[in-house]
Design a protein around this ligand. Structure first.
Ligand SMILES: [Zn+2]
Length: 205
């Protein structure tokens, strides 16, 4: 076999592998999209939730970046908006308090219920752990997920608790529900930062 033919075959093989990889990525993306788009039932009730943003402890993260991503995530058409919730920012006195906090401050919000290593919701406070916010978790980092995706997942997960959701433990068609504890492990599911169609409900508001 001439070396010209060999390199031609090799490059054909490489591009075929690339196509397969892209197809795998596309099918993951399609599966996530499909699960996100499925609504368990039509959303008829509308809720408006005022929220404010604050900080506890000597947080090291960029506060403006935190505030901006909270705004972006809560108003995203992919988020809890799809469950009929409109989030409206106020400077203080919100019904929901979005807090970026150091680990010791997270734990202090509910000793025994919250740990200093993870984020935690103690209604009406959503406490995002400053360390996790800056560094994400092994589960996300090892799966090659972006920091932004982790941050949006943790915002949506904790706000999900505020909206009355408890944890889920199983993938839905291979995709992690936002209420699965993705920070501690993906349990074989594809990482996902948005509520799935089956999670589009609100209770106790
Ligand atoms: Zn949780």
């Amino acid at each position: 076999m001439g070396s010209g033919l060999l390199s031609l075959l090799l490059s054909a093989e490489i591009s075929r592998t690339r196509v397969e990889l892209q197809q795998t990525r596309d099918s993951y993306a399609a599966a996530i999209l499909l699960e996100q788009q499925k609504a368990a039932k039509p959303v008829t009730r509308k809720y408006t939730v005022t929220y404010d943003i604050s900080y506890r402890g000597e947080v090291l993260a960029d506060k403006t970046e935190f505030a901006n991503l909270v705004r972006e995530t809560l108003s995203s058409p992919n988020g809890w908006v799809r469950a009929g919730v409109t989030f409206k920012e106020v400077s203080s006195g919100g019904r929901l308090h979005m807090v970026l906090a150091t680990g010791d401050q997270v734990r202090a919000a509910a000793p025994g219920g919250c740990s200093d290593t993870l984020s935690c919701t103690v209604k009406p406070y959503v406490l995002i752990n400053d360390t996790r916010w800056r560094l994400a978790t092994d589960s996300y980092n090892n799966a090659g997920q972006s920091l932004k995706k982790y941050r949006q997942m943790v915002i949506n997960h904790e706000v999900g608790h505020f909206l009355g959701h408890n944890h889920l433990t199983n993938c839905v068609n291979g995709v992690a529900p936002v209420m699965l504890q993705q920070s501690t492990g993906l349990r074989g599911c594809t990482a996902n930062e948005w509520p799935l169609g089956s999670e589009l409900w609100v209770s106790g508001l």
